[in-house]
Design a protein around this ligand. Structure first.
Ligand code: 9MJ
Length: 719
């Protein structure tokens, strides 16, 4: 309500038409710098401020000029789109897919020219082709390609796209040989409407949060957005536009195309750019077969890092006179071709579903596919992420699926082609049955709280987790086995000397001295561990037999049991045997142990494989575990920042602000929004502003992000 009052009361001081025009032109100039020149001249906030002033003037006057950016969203909601007949048909392009076909195309072009043909080479944008008509510089109509002859009138929707000018304007500083000298009387420009990848991902994230269905890919998103009957919906979608062809043009005094426009395709693109229409910055002029090959290579390499989808390159004879000589086939121009990249989406069959166990015990279902060439490589496996995803897809083994490999993204199954089930023998379709035990070690799986991941509970025995489990066991803050680092553990496991932590205590000097250590530098070659180092390591392993209980509990690597929780457990249960008997109810009566941690603890000890290893630790390895170290201090230590107030400011790069807040709270701290004398410390990320200044004025401790991460580490929190 107060926003509304604000709007009504906020009457701009200057309501003159001159000022109104000044604002319209300024805003249009800023938009052009942003969209066409890719060179913004003012920050978004300044644009927004002027835009609001313009809205204020329009509310209080009769001014409503057609080229004002406020005119982008009309209020009419359409019931259907009118059909329009294109003055000049919108062509489609012939496709080629390999170098042989490229050679053939180049040869045909050679026949029409004396020397190596000159080409205008363009990225092939994967969006929707549209024709936009300007009369005396004003956008009057826009239509979809349709069948090439007739399309649908989408003028209201096209006007909402900020990259498309509502009114053409000549380039201000004119040093471009191709620039237009006058605004044409008539211009029919063709190009592609598309949704940039960042906007697409952001849009989908929002849609998911709102419980709406996300778009499958940016092309569908662009098509769906242009098909809206309410232009306000189109306006809310992050669409943009690149011009790539002039269908028709007449000069200000009725001149024909050839009189006022440059004589090359490249020149014509610069001509429309000079009128304020965005043109793709990667368009190049190139020569002969080698030039075409280079451009195709170049765009193929650029493709993953672009912020928009392309599905190939478009190669056009640059010289317009030669284009006219060659003319058209029934369907497409003879002087242009689309050289497609290998497809990013293909259909294939799911042969089976396997389950992989990650280093932390997470179970990942993987679809085994009938090999298929997609996005430039042959794919035969594809992650299914988790059980939820399998349910979401409704996947059965034997199904035909669409697999997509876009840009640098790992291959995904985007949907099941349910219609194909009709063609199959029902006996070949099998339900996907998610396992209940670990496919590597047979331990039970757990799924705790609202986690989607299923995890193996056999942390001590599972071969998939063994390296990580042993490294963790030997850590300084755990059993503190000096010399048992990553490389030695890797060698011990690979050379079958150790499978689990109990095996460590069975090692002999004779075995260890012959351990082959792989070097990770080129200069140093593979070597043997040697007698001296082997003896030292054996001594260190022996020393680790006598450690306090809290360290042993931590060293077992139970999920969610960091050293702080291990301390709490060791003060509450005097022996490991006691802890192993504890029920979930008993555990949750301890102040700092929540439902999730309690579940992890009981699941871990319920697993017979883990029990076996623990039994061996005591029976064979003969651990002599002492009571928890520094018991009284330790229990206090669980909340080291109890009631201390922290303030977070600036941008943190390693973790989200919410996450930082949660972690601080887990250490007992409070997190406040502003700095005062009572603040204990400020964590300042990049571009911290007034809060940092205030903290410095008040002499409050300020941690940089690095220092903050160190601090967390000290309390056994790694991010
Ligand atoms: C795309 N899709 O990027 C043409 N296109 O030219 C480019 N399409 C085209 N040119 C004439 N860059 C007909 C289609």
């Amino acid at each position: 309500m107060s926003d509304l009052l604000d709007l009504i009361e906020n009457v701009p001081e200057d309501l003159s038409y001159e000022h109104y025009r000044e604002l319209v032109e300024l805003l249009n100039r800023y938009a052009r710098a942003y969209y066409v020149d890719d060179n913004p001249i003012v920050p978004d906030s300044e644009y927004d401020r002027l835009y609001r002033e313009l809205e204020g003037i329009e509310r209080n006057t009769e001014f409503k000029d057609a080229d004002a950016p406020t005119r982008r969203i009309g209020d009419a909601i359409l019931n259907s789109f009118a059909t329009v007949t294109h003055g000049v048909p919108l062509m489609s392009l012939g496709d080629i897919f390999n170098d042989e076909e490229l050679q053939a195309f180049n040869k045909r072009m050679l026949e029409s020219t004396v020397s190596a043909p000159e080409y205008c080479a363009e990225p092939k944008l994967d969006g929707l082709a549209v024709s936009i008509i300007y009369e005396n510089g004003i956008l009057v109509r826009a239509a979809t390609r349709g069948d090439g002859t007739t399309g649908e009138d989408i003028t209201a929707n096209i006007k909402t796209i900020k990259a498309i000018p509502l009114k053409l304007a000549l380039l201000a500083n004119e040093d471009n040989e191709y620039a237009a000298k006058e605004i044409p009387q008539y211009l029919d420009v063709r190009g592609e409407v598309f949704m940039p990848r960042d906007g697409f991902h952001k849009w989908n994230e929002e849609a998911k949060k709102k419980g709406q269905k996300p778009f499958a890919n940016p092309r569908n998103a662009a098509a769906g957005s242009l098909r809206q009957q309410d232009p306000r919906i189109t306006a809310s979608r992050p669409l943009t536009f690149n011009a790539y062809y002039v269908g028709d043009c007449r000069g200000a005094h009725g001149e024909g195309m050839d009189e006022i426009m440059p004589s090359t395709q490249y020149g014509r693109l610069q001509f429309v750019k000079s009128l304020g229409l965005p043109v793709n910055p990667l368009v190049r002029v190139t020569n002969g077969l080698e030039g075409l090959r280079d451009f195709y290579e170049f765009m193929g390499q650029k493709r993953p890092s672009l912020n928009y989808d392309i599905d190939g390159v478009v190669l056009k004879l640059n010289n317009i006179a030669l284009q006219e000589e060659l003319g058209f086939t029934a369907k497409a121009p003879r002087w242009a071709i689309a050289y497609k990249f290998p497809p990013e989406e293909e259909m294939t069959e799911v042969l089976n579903v396997d389950y992989q166990v990650g280093r932390t015990g997470v179970i990942t279902p993987v679809a085994r596919l009938k090999p298929v060439y997609v996005g430039g490589t042959t794919i035969s496996n594809c992650t299914l992420h988790n059980e939820e995803e399998i349910k979401r897809l409704g996947l059965k083994i034997g199904d035909t699926v669409i697999i997509r490999r876009a840009g640098d993204v790992i291959p995904q199954i985007t949907r099941v082609v349910v219609e194909k089930r009709e063609d199959k023998d029902p006996a070949t379709l099998k339900d996907v049955v998610f396992p209940t035990t670990c496919p590597v070690c047979g331990s039970a799986l757990e799924r705790v709280g609202d986690e989607v991941a299923a995890r193996c509970t056999g942390g001590l025995v599972c071969a998939a987790q063994q390296r990580q489990a042993i490294e963790h066991f030997a850590e300084r803050t755990a059993m503190d086995i000096d010399g048992l680092g990553e490389r030695i553990v890797e060698a011990l496991v690979d050379q079958n000397l150790v499978k689990n932590i109990a095996d460590l205590y069975t090692l002999t000097v004779e075995q260890l001295e012959k351990l082959i250590i792989d070097s990770n530098s080129k200069e140093e070659r593979t070597r043997l561990l040697g007698k001296t180092t082997a003896q030292k390591l054996i001594d260190n392993i022996a020393k680790s037999r006598q450690r306090p209980l809290n360290r042993l509990i931590y060293a077992l690597g139970i999920r969610d049991v960091g050293s702080t929780t291990a301390n709490v457990l060791a003060t509450n249960f005097k022996t490991l045997a006691d802890l192993m008997q504890a029920t979930k109810e008993q555990l949750t009566t301890i102040n700092t142990i929540g439902e999730v941690a309690a579940t992890h603890i009981t699941d871990f000890f319920a697993e017979p494989h883990n029990q076996e290893i623990i039994a061996r630790l005591f029976a064979e390895a003969k651990l002599e575990i002492s009571a928890c170290e520094q018991v009284s201090e330790m229990s206090l230590d669980t909340k080291p920042y109890l009631n201390k107030t922290f303030v977070l400011t600036g941008t943190l790069s390693h973790l989200k602000r919410d996450q930082a807040k949660q972690l601080l709270e887990s250490l007992g701290a409070k997190v406040a929004g502003s700095v005062s004398k009572k603040t204990f410390a400020v964590v300042a990320g990049a571009e911290a502003g007034s809060k940092l200044t205030k903290a410095q004025e008040l002499g409050i401790t300020v941690y940089t992000e690095e220092e903050f991460l160190e601090l967390l580490k000290k309390h056994n929190i790694t991010v």
